[in-house]
Design a protein around this ligand. Structure first.
Ligand code: SF4
Ligand code: SF4
Length: 420
């Protein structure tokens, strides 16, 4: 009976997860292609360093270590969760116990990390509730965003409590016959005075609580900022490997220029679909931009170091990706012909032109999200499609057009100042 119930719960989880991922896949299909340059070795090294090693997070030792512990703990505990799924489907108990010493190591790590993650989450909840952390505030951090963060933390808290509960009562009901090594839970068992029958009941209760929480949490994640649980590793793998200040040229413009330089512009250029220069809406972004928005944890580390934000400008780099994700959500529910756009309805021109392209945000982001490239693409739309640039830039554009330089003097007059 329990096996059937488990199989039904598992099936429902998979179906709902599939639905969510299908919706996300459809959103990805709206985005534009971006060539992938391979470099697997370099990308793997970066992933091990930034995603698995948490190198950027660890730049702030205390908070960084707490976060890294929760991340590493999650990885180890996931192995135990996979075993629970196998147990549930096969009706066995601790099915991976046959792995012997390897199993002892996995279970011991999971047991230790369960307590570490529990303490970490309690500290995070305390910080959110009672400490005023500037980077947790901002116009883009709505009540719903804050609620989402607290819900996810509460999920993890109860996941750890149920894991600890199931370990303790499993040890108490099976004694030395139990597979695996539980360095901390076996210590706490000495404080338990529950009889064997009740221990078995409590073990099963915590076991079901834990697995059902995992199923519900997994389905909550695609709608939460905590989706980075799934996305952070692949997003770091697909990081931009160019130097941060590198600004990619626009392929459409580059092609035109190359054709003109070769003198074949009008002979060879085939009529093409009209394209839009730059980014106006989510249909113009690349798949990597969308992936960045799904990965963003809304931690605010980018905004915290943004000189524009610090000096009171409207720009918050975190908001760019919060808005992008929200707009994509809206776009996926929208019928053709709806008049909302990412640029204008979500992100204003004032925000975009406040960016100094210093790249401090991209450097600081623990998940290697690149803000300036997207900001530049929206500016490109404003300049190339709308002819809408700030006054100072328009003067410079005119000078480049007339004099081949950003200054208002022609090349012949450049040295006149030496004769004055
Ligand atoms: S873009 Fe990066 S640094 Fe900024 S809020 Fe998102 S995850 Fe944090
Ligand atoms: S690149 Fe722009 S958004 Fe990023 S930190 Fe610098 S000014 Fe802020």
């Amino acid at each position: 009976m329990q096996q059937i119930l488990f199989a039904l719960a598992f099936l429902a989880t998979i179906i709902f997860l599939f639905r969510s991922f299908w919706r996300i896949k459809t959103n990805f299909k709206r985005t534009k292609k971006q060539p992938f340059d391979g470099q697997f070795g370099k990308r793997l090294k970066l992933t091990m360093q930034v995603a698995m090693g948490q190198s950027k997070i660890l730049r702030k030792p205390l908070v960084g270590l707490m976060h890294a512990m929760v991340f590493w703990g999650f990885i180890v505990i996931t192995i135990g969760s996979l075993e629970m799924v196998m147990d549930g489907l096969t009706g066995q108990h601790r099915v991976l116990g046959v792995l012997g010493i390897a199993y002892d190591i996995i279970i011991a790590s999971g047991d230790v990390f369960a307590y570490i993650v529990l303490l970490g989450i309690l500290a995070f909840l305390f910080r959110r509730a009672f400490m005023h952390i500037r980077r947790f505030e901002g116009t883009e951090v709505s009540k719903a965003n804050k609620r989402d963060a607290n819900i996810a933390l509460a999920f993890i808290l109860f996941l750890m409590l149920s894991l600890i509960g199931l370990n303790i009562y499993d040890i108490n009901s099976h004694g030395d016959a139990l597979a695996g090594y539980y360095p901390i839970s076996s210590y706490f068992v000495s404080f338990i005075e529950t009889g064997k029958t009740n221990s078995i009941f409590l073990f099963k209760l915590f076991w079901w609580m834990h697995i059902l929480l995992i199923f519900v949490f997994a389905n909550y994640l695609p709608y939460s900022k905590h989706f980075h649980v799934f996305m952070s590793v692949p997003n770091v793998f697909f990081s931009n490997l160019e130097p941060l200040t590198y600004l990619p040229s626009m392929p459409e413009v580059k092609k035109e220029v190359e054709l003109m330089m070769s003198g074949q512009a009008f002979e060879t250029a085939a009529p093409e679909e009209p394209i839009r220069f730059g980014v106006k809406d989510v249909d113009d972004i690349t798949w990597k931009n969308y992936m960045d928005s799904l990965t963003c944890t809304q931690c605010g580390r980018c905004t915290e170091v943004c000189p524009a934000n610090i000096t009171g400008k409207l720009l918050s780099p975190r908001k760019i990706f919060v808005d992008l994700r929200a707009r994509m959500e809206e776009r996926s529910r929208e019928h053709e012909g709806t008049q909302n756009f990412l640029l204008g309805d979500y992100i204003t021109k004032e925000e975009l032109w406040a960016c100094t392209t210093c790249n401090a945000c991209a450097l600081e982001c623990p998940l290697n999200i690149s803000h300036p490239n997207l900001i530049m693409d929206m500016r490109r739309y404003l300049v190339l499609e709308e002819g809408d640039a700030p006054e100072e830039l328009n003067a410079m554009f005119a000078n480049i057009e007339n004099n081949g330089a950003p200054w208002k003097y022609s090349a012949q007059d450049r040295l006149l100042w030496t004769e004055a």
